[in-house]
Design a protein around this ligand. Structure first.
Ligand SMILES: C[S@@+](CC[C@H](N)C(=O)[O-])C[C@H]1O[C@@H](n2cnc3c(N)ncnc32)[C@H](O)[C@@H]1O
Length: 270
């Protein structure tokens, strides 16, 4: 069977399973199974698939038809231009979170703290972009921290990041001039309505703190004050309703913007 024939059959199978972007996902999975970059796929579509590639593609399409996210199947996600390993223990880094990176990089920082680091995509990207800076990433999940450690090593950043098992600020020591976080925020009664890719495959610890979804924000807001050197704050763009709820949790003034990821740095009055 040629790559084209396999691709056609896979698109039909994924579409029948309700996968919204079936052609795009099938192309990514075929390129992965063939061990080539997605940009090279067109050049090889007319060739017969090797037996190993055919088996790998069939398994990958079956997993995607069961609504497993593509990044978990391929084990990798590009974030801010770098590849991060992704597993079932980590949130798949979202493109929206790149707005947090853009906002953070407008600031100068020497020590950055990332609460709930997951794959480490936020803190590791910031350290890669600011070669003089050092950082700490925390998570409650030891399995996520192991993935973050692997990503740190793969990016050559292991010497500049400390990865700590911690319930938000509980295990954090030291002072930081930038604190960032993309905490879980989905309310318990919102979980059932999530896409299967998220609800059935991503770690619930990364999605929801339970209840009204705001406990992580409350914990971060309550714990921040002794740690911050200075304060202020801004948000990345999106989810204004959530930003409003977050501001209501914050005991101090100074949070602004309208987004999903708290970030704070600089200023006075904290
Ligand atoms: C929304 S995910 C964000 C992951 C990553 N920072 C990103 O943006 O892709 C939230 C992360 O917070 C972690 N987490 C959940 N509860 C926590 C807690 N009480 N203390 C520390 N981390 C926690 C989860 O394990 C998960 O990795």
């Amino acid at each position: 069977m040629t790559g084209s024939e396999a691709l056609r059959a896979a698109v039909a199978r994924l579409a029948a399973a309700g996968v919204a972007e079936a052609p795009r996902d099938a192309r990514r999975l075929l390129a992965h199974a063939m061990g080539i970059g997605a940009d090279r796929l067109l050049l090889h579509l007319g060739e017969a698939l090797s037996p190993a590639a055919a088996v790998a593609f069939d398994r990958a399409v079956a997993a995607r038809a069961a609504r497993q996210p593509v990044s978990q199947i391929t084990g990798s996600r590009l974030f801010w231009g770098r590849a991060f390993r992704v597993t079932r223990d980590t949130l798949d880094p979202r493109p929206e979170t790149e707005t947090l990176i853009a906002a953070a990089l407008e600031r100068r920082f020497a020590r950055v703290l990332d609460l709930g680091t997951g794959t480490g995509c936020i803190v590791l990207t910031l350290l890669a972009e600011q070669p003089e800076a050092r950082g700490m990433g925390t998570d409650l999940s030891p399995a996520a921290l192991a993935v973050a450690a692997g990503n740190a090593a793969a990016l050559g950043l292991a010497e500049r990041v400390e990865l700590v098992a911690s319930d938000w600020f509980a295990g954090v020591a030291g002072r930081f001039d930038l604190i960032v976080s993309n905490p879980p925020y989905i309310a318990a009664d919102e979980m059932a309505a999530l896409d299967p890719e998220v609800r059935d495959w991503e770690p619930h610890l990364a999605l929801t703190p339970g209840g009204d979804g705001l406990d992580a924000y409350r914990a971060i807001a309550a714990g921040q004050v002794p740690i911050w050197r200075r304060a202020g704050g801004c948000w990345s763009r999106s989810a204004p309703r959530r930003a409003q709820r977050w501001r209501a949790c914050s005991p101090r003034r100074g949070w602004g913007g309208s987004g999903c990821c708290p970030i704070s740095t600089g200023g006075t009055g904290w």
